[in-house]
Design a protein around this ligand. Structure first.
Ligand SMILES: Nc1ncnc2c1ncn2[C@@H]1O[C@H](COP(=O)(O)OP(=O)(O)OP(=O)(O)O)[C@@H](O)[C@H]1O
Length: 303
């Protein structure tokens, strides 16, 4: 773990959705903290609540319970000036680099706009230099890329632009929601390496959201496994993945592609059904947290 103070923290945050007479507990007493220069991976299957956590951080949703803390202070009810600082400090990189860029605008526009909004003191040649710098950081050639439109770029280049746009406002926190899942396999590693480099060079705190435990292992020092809106196992990545204790973590690890496994294997869905049944029978109980080892915790399955 780390001794550095967290930049951003969720403290017992819950979010419930009501739809067509049913209730979905998308986040159940979720707590975690993001630290400078470290990546925390949030892993779980589709529907486990990962994007809800991201949206709560981006202030698209308000928590029903619990608090968000920014540099140790609750952000709910904070002054407009502090909210503005929060909005530039916390930036998002989306899953889909195709729809997150506006097809009618050039790349220059996409990078200039956030700078105008968040760094209005930067003008003229200084702004051009800052734009060139962020493009160079994401390993794109400014002279070639700036006049282009999104459709003239490859998927990997577009995702680099999305990262450059996030960096354009000097953020402290990056929320990356499945940033490589829509990219060709051949360019995924380049984007993950770029996120790793940015984290180290700029001391960014990164929340890396994924259903892919293998990439989480590659980029994240710390990991949380989310299941049905609840964080069920968390700690240092090597400890959690090297010694997984929760049945759901073990199940996710068993689903990492295995060349010896035959297509159409039903064990995964059978096991998931079994875990789900136990959870439903135990309703919304929050089991006591158990410490597995230094910086490794689980909320055991109810029995
Ligand atoms: N705005 C909403 N209204 C109603 N239900 C919602 C809303 N947003 C999310 N949910 C529900 O909350 C649960 C968690 O959804 P969420 O999108 O956070 O999961 P996820 O782990 O990010 O899934 P995916 O990987 O498919 O994006 C799901 O059951 C989803 O249907």
């Amino acid at each position: 773990m780390t001794d550095s103070a967290p930049i951003l923290a969720l403290d017992n945050v819950s979010k419930v959705f009501h739809r067509g007479g049913s209730t979905v507990h998308a986040a159940r007493a979720v707590s975690f903290a993001l630290h400078p220069g470290r990546t925390l991976a949030l892993v779980g299957e589709s529907g486990s609540g990962k994007t809800t956590a991201a949206r709560l951080i981006m202030r698209e949703y308000r928590p029903d319970q619990g608090r968000l803390l920014f540099r140790g202070e609750p952000i709910e009810g904070s002054a407009v000036r502090d909210m503005k600082a929060y909005r530039s400090a916390v930036q998002m990189v989306f899953q889909d680099p195709f729809s997150s860029l506006n097809p009618v605008h050039t790349i220059r526009y996409h990078l200039e706009r956030p700078m105008r909004l968040h760094q209005s003191s930067l003008k003229g040649a200084a702004r051009d230099a800052a734009i060139a710098e962020v493009l160079t950081r994401v390993k794109l050639d400014p002279a070639l890329i700036l006049p282009k439109y999104p459709h003239e770029l490859s998927g990997g280049q577009r995702q680099r632009i999305s990262i450059a746009r996030a960096l354009a406002v000097n953020p402290e926190v990056i929320i990356a929601d499945e940033p490589t899942s829509m990219l060709d396999v051949s360019v995924r590693l380049g984007i993950l390496n770029l996120l790793n480099d940015m984290k180290r060079q700029l001391k960014l705190a990164v929340l890396y959201i994924t259903h892919d435990i293998a990439t989480a292992r590659y980029v994240a020092e710390d990991i949380m496994v989310m299941y049905a809106g609840q964080i069920v196992e968390w700690g240092e990545t090597e400890s959690v993945l090297g010694n997984p204790q929760h049945p759901y973590t073990r199940l996710l690890l068993s689903a990492v592609p295995d060349p010896d496994r035959r297509f159409g294997d039903t064990r995964f869905s059978d096991e998931l059904d079994r875990i789900d049944l136990i959870r439903r029978q135990s309703a919304l109980e929050q089991p006591e947290v158990q410490e597995i080892g230094p910086n490794h915790f689980i909320r055991p399955m109810p029995v």
